[in-house]
Design a protein around this ligand. Sequence first.
Ligand SMILES: [Zn+2]
Length: 418
Amino acid sequence: MIKDIISKHINTSRTPVSDESNALVRHVSDILSAKVISAKSGSEVLTWVIPEYHHVKKGVLKRLNGEVIADFHKNPLYLWTNSINFQGKVSKEELLKHIMTDEKRPDIIPYHYKQGFSIRSENWGFCLPYNVFSCLNDDEYIVDIQADINNNEDMLTGVAQAGSGGKTYIFAAHTCHPAQATDGLTNVALLTQIFKKLQTMDLKNTYKFVFGPEYYAAAAFLDSLSDDEVKNINGAFFLDLIGATTDFAFSTSFQGDSIIDSIVEHIFNHNVLKYEKRGYRQLIGNDEMFYNGPYYNIPTVTLGQIVPPYYHSSDDSYENINFSKIEEYEKIIFDIIEILETDYVPVLKYKGPLCLSRYNLYVDCQKNPQGYKHIESAQIYADGNVSCFNIALKTGASYSFIKKFFDELISHNLAEKK
Ligand SMILES: [Zn+2]
């Protein structure tokens, strides 16, 4: 399912308000029977204005002899996001004012995103690899940019749900960014697979998957919630850059000490060999600023990877996706959800140190001194007020080790769930 979604949408011009971004939202909504929120371009959500709808019909830069230098239909990155229309002959001097290039990464087409996140587009332009840019030796060029730009279309945001009780947790990823793989798309594909599985499970909590263009989908979703719905949200996870070639990383919520911060750090600490922890919005600033921003202030952790050297360029491509990182992340996310779903407060039914060997729970202090210590202190911490997860934090043991121990006590009728 992950590869299907990615290969279908990878090379499309998924600007914030476009048929291409909407097509991805519809595709995922069909798989997950998600609710779709429509917000008209030009309309206000929170204090933001939904950008103009853009549909590019042509985006070509060529030499007077007809040789094509850049063609939107070959790669949407060649054209600036939401470029305005322009047709005509221009001097080299004029053209250079409308070119974005990246000397430090001479082989890639850079991604010009700014106008996609502006209320109105005001300029036209092309992105070129520096190696192509440095060969612009002619005096004149032909520009042919034709696009439908209007405020008549809707921006779509999907909201899929799994479970309906307990507390609500949000998972979000963005659908926009033309021809970018790990900046948006891979994360949407991974969450689609995760939610397809969650929807078949018996769940204690409610999980919502919000997918749509960066910033605006978060605004449209939050704007659609009642005060009670907002109050029931216990945390949010934003996914970005998953499937990159770089190391795992996460950034904490603004609060930094929320329950989801502790759970994420615990899982990374025990289950991930190499990762980096960053502060709020220090990995890659995204929709956290809405969820974990003024008024809503929902603790939001970003799950991702270190920003790769090919970030925002034509090399964030299908060929460069590391699918094994996506698989590993699926496991990490299910480990996080497992704690949210299964944690409980154990209450001991015995006094004094338990004769562990009688119940086959003995850990040899010679062979496994750490396990021995963890079991000893876990029983002392279990005073009827502390959950398995918090006991794991206090002892330094993994959640799965501690929970397994108390589950066994319960099976021997030596403890019960509060
Ligand atoms: Zn981006």
